[in-house]
Design a protein around this ligand. Structure first.
Ligand SMILES: [Mg+2]
Length: 349
C-alpha cells in the first residue's frame, strides 16, 4: 500500500538531464509511420496528412490529482497517458503520438522514474502510440506530470460536444462509478494502514474498483465499433469528471436539454455491493464520481436499432429542447434537475 522504500536508490543527479531522458526513453520503439523523428533532436518531426490533427494536454500534480501512497508510479505513468488518449478518442479520432514532461523533487530516485516510464511505455505499446518528446526538470516538492497527445481524424469523422440534436439518444460505453469507489476503498485502507501498519488489507472483493482507479483503459475501441455499426455520433465527450457534468457540457454546447433515466445507468455489481457497504447512493457515484474514462455520446434516434442491445453500450436517455432543462428521471419516476455536482442535486431531495 505504501511507497516502496527498498527500491534502488540511484540519485538523479548522477545522470544529468540529457542522460536522464536518454536513459528513460531508450526502450521506446517508434510504431507509427507518421512519426518521422521521435525523441533525440530539438523537435519531433511528424508527417503531415490530409486528416485533421487533434491535440490535447493534461497536467497531473501530486497531492492534487494523485496520492503516491497508493498509486504506484508505474500505474501513474500508465494513467497519465490514458487520460489524454481518452480525449483523442472522444473526438472520434486515433491517437498516434504523445509527449511527456515531468518535474520531480530529489526525493525521487532513478529507479522510481524507471517505474513511471515503464507505465508510460506499457501504455504506448498497448495503444500503439509513439513517445516523441518532452522535458524533465526538478521541482521543489513532489512530482508533476504533463502529457500531450496528438491524434488524427478524417475531417468528416470528428465529433464535437456541440452536435447533439433534439430526440437524439444518449449513450455511454462500459459502466460508471467504479473508479471513484476504488479511490474510496484505497483511501479507507490508507487510513487503516496509518493506524495499524501490520494490518493486511483484504481487497479481493474490490478488485474491479481498484483496477478502474489505478489502471483505467481509454476506449480506443469505441470509434472503431461505431464505424462498424455505421453510426456517427452527433456529439461525444469522455467521462472524466462524472456523468452529470459531462452531459451538461454536451447539452450546454449543443444548446439542448436532456432526460436521463436512473435505472438505465450501467453499474458493475461491485459498484452496487460496495455502495451498500459504504452507505453511498450508486446513482450519485455514477453522476459525480469521475475518472471512468468511458465515452458518452449521442446518436440519431434512427440509429436506435444499431446501438440497442450492443454489450458495449447503454442507452441512458435522450436529448430534449433546451427549455426542458437537464433532468434525471429517478426509479420512483420523479424528475430531478441535474447539477454540475449531481451529488448535491440528489442530497437536496
Ligand atoms: Mg475530456
Amino acid at each position: 500500500m505504501i511507497e516502496d522504500k527498498n527500491q534502488g536508490r540511484t540519485s538523479l543527479s548522477e545522470l544529468g538531464e540529457f542522460g536522464l531522458i536518454n536513459h528513460l526513453t531508450q526502450y521506446f520503439k517508434i510504431k507509427n509511420p507518421a512519426t518521422v523523428k521521435g525523441v533525440g533532436d530539438d523537435a519531433a518531426v511528424l508527417e503531415a496528412s490530409e486528416k485533421q490533427t487533434l491535440v490535447t494536454t493534461d497536467l497531473l500534480i501530486e497531492g492534487v490529482h494523485f496520492d503516491l501512497s497508493y498509486m504506484p508510479l508505474k500505474h501513474l505513468g500508465y494513467k497519465a497517458v490514458m487520460v489524454n488518449l481518452s480525449d483523442v478518442y472522444a473526438m472520434n479520432g486515433e491517437a498516434e503520438q504523445i509527449t511527456v514532461s515531468i518535474a520531480v523533487s530529489n526525493r525521487f530516485t532513478l529507479e522510481a522514474l524507471e517505474a513511471l516510464y515503464a507505465g508510460i511505455q506499457l501504455a504506448c505499446d498497448t495503444y500503439k502510440v509513439d513517445l516523441v518528446g518532452g522535458d524533465t526538470t526538478s521541482s521543489n516538492k513532489g512530482i508533476l506530470i504533463s502529457v500531450t497527445a496528438i491524434g488524427k481524424a478524417n475531417k468528416g469523422d470528428v465529433v464535437y460536444r456541440s452536435g447533439a440534436k433534439e430526440t437524439d439518444l444518449i449513450v455511454v460505453s462500459g459502466d460508471l462509478g467504479a473508479a471513484y469507489l476504488g479511490l474510496q476503498v484505497l483511501e479507507r485502507e490508507k487510513q487503516v494502514f496509518q493506524v495499524n501498519p501490520n494490518n493486511q488489507p483484504d481487497l479481493d472483493q474490490y478488485t474491479y474498483l481498484i483496477e478502474r482507479q489505478l489502471k483505467p483503459e481509454a476506449r480506443k475501441d469505441v470509434p472503431g465499433l461505431l464505424k462498424e455499426l455505421e453510426v456517427k455520433p452527433t456529439s461525444m465527450i469522455d467521462i472524466s469528471d462524472g456523468l452529470s457534468s459531462e452531459i451538461m457540457h454536451v447539452c450546454s454546447q449543443s444548446k439542448k436539454g436532456c432526460k436521463i433515466y436512473e435505472d438505465k445507468i450501467p453499474l458493475d455489481p461491485q459498484v452496487i455491493s460496495t455502495c451498500e457497504e459504504f452507505n453511498l447512493d450508486s446513482t450519485m457515484i455514477a453522476l459525480s464520481g469521475g475518472e471512468d474514462y468511458e465515452l458518452l455520446f449521442t446518436v440519431s434516434i434512427d440509429d436506435f436499432e444499431k446501438v440497442k442491445g450492443n454489450p458495449n453500450f447503454s442507452i441512458i436517455g435522450h436529448i430534449t429542447a433546451e427549455d426542458q432543462g437537464m433532468n434525471l428521471v429517478t426509479r420512483a419516476n420523479q424528475e430531478i434537475e441535474l447539477k454540475a455536482q449531481g451529488w448535491n442535486a440528489l442530497k437536496e431531495e
